[in-house]
Design a protein around this ligand. Sequence first.
Ligand code: HEC
Ligand code: HEC
Length: 415
Amino acid sequence: MTYRHNHRKIQNKLNDTTSVKSALSFLLIPSLLFTSLLVTGCKVSSSTTIASTETEQDLRSLLALPEHMPLPAIPDFNPLTPEKITLGRFLFYDTKLSANQTQSCGSCHFQSDAFADGIATPIGSTGHALVRNSQGLSNVAYNATFTWSNDTFFELEDQLNVPIRADDPIELGVTDAELETVLNRFNSDEKYQQLFSAAFPESDSGASINKIIFSLASFVRTMISANSSYDKYLLGDKSALTPQQKQGFSLFNGEKFECFHCHTGINFTVSYKDANSINDAILFPFFNNGLYNVNSDGSYPESDQGIFDLSSDPADKGKFRPPSLRNIELTAPYMHDGSINTLREVVEHYARGGRLTPEGLDNAGDGKNNPYKSALITGFSATEEEIDAVVAFLESLTDYDFIHNEKFSNPHEEN
Ligand code: HEC
Ligand code: HEC
């Protein structure tokens, strides 16, 4: 895939600070825009530049997008419809979707936790331990790539095969051998027959794995979180952030803490795209943020070395996607392996410039000296008060409407 080759070039470029700054400069614009809003206090207008067409308006209302959120990129091959969203919601919460009927997507993605699950790493339906932390699902529609670290998943439709179909490790366990049994469960259920034919009216052949994936992707795309205190502030309510949170926001966007270089824009990540993104300008960034330095040779624990496991290029050791920080207060524990428990410890990790795992413990080594660590993570000295302020700012991204929105709740519990 030539596309993938291009990413490598972008990634390689992102390895040194100077080119990061120039490569990312266009992405910094949104963050500068927000910073200047802090000062001027004017109302945010939508960053959407394409003409408002009827379709765009339909899409915005289907997604219930507030004015300040750009339109996400919806792939042409899977147009969003209310019927697919409804089917996707039923499937998301249905244990019929696992081979042994013990788990659904909702078993690892709880609405109350902004669709994370509160534990370091989950167990799949047949007892396999997964090595990565269950991700929160706020505003997933804007991610440039999917999962903690994969530079080949550009669409949700690619990624969703994994939880459903993978056999190593098993999540829902719908392997080739089990597929027919699982599809028959839906085909023999009258409610699902109706839901499938409403969602795919042009086809009368019942449930299929593609229809399942397309509906789930449609449902997940509707999980928009845009009503936090921070959003209210952006929309002009100057009292929505406390003075401490405002201080934290400027520290977050300042050159000492450097957070904004990787966590910027409306979704707080440089791994971003929307309906107006120009393909060649979308970044597929992955960084080593200094969590480990096993054997002092730059390695991460063998179970998961990020992009390196796909590329075998040592420079890719420990490279992960900068996650969105939306609802971050609700998605502890943190990082790809859930190895940091609190937001305060996350900020302290960055202040130190990497994590020290003492000798005698598994995976000992000083992440601060990891040769593959991003040049943007150098460490800084911060007062307790400054750290508290950044944590308070991160907490302003919590959106209580999102975790209580009935559109995202379990429909099987309704009646
Ligand atoms: C056994 C637990 C488990 C189950 C079941 C599960 N997930 Fe996940 N989910 C995870 C983990 C762990 C990750 C991170 C995977 C990785 O980085 O490789 C993840 C990642 C994701 C992502 C990527 C988010 C992003 O920001 O890129 C999406 C979307 C997702 N899951 C949706 C689903 C859907 C839909 C289902 C049901 C078909 C599902 N998951 C079932 C644990 C689970
Ligand atoms: C060089 C890019 C970069 C910079 C700068 C950066 N981060 Fe990150 N951040 C990442 C990456 C990559 C991850 C995921 C790393 C992993 O899981 O191994 C991450 C993870 C996080 C997480 C955990 C997210 C989750 O879902 O578990 C938080 C919180 C966070 N960063 C906050 C910050 C703050 C606060 C700052 C500034 C002090 C900051 N980051 C600076 C790239 C960066």
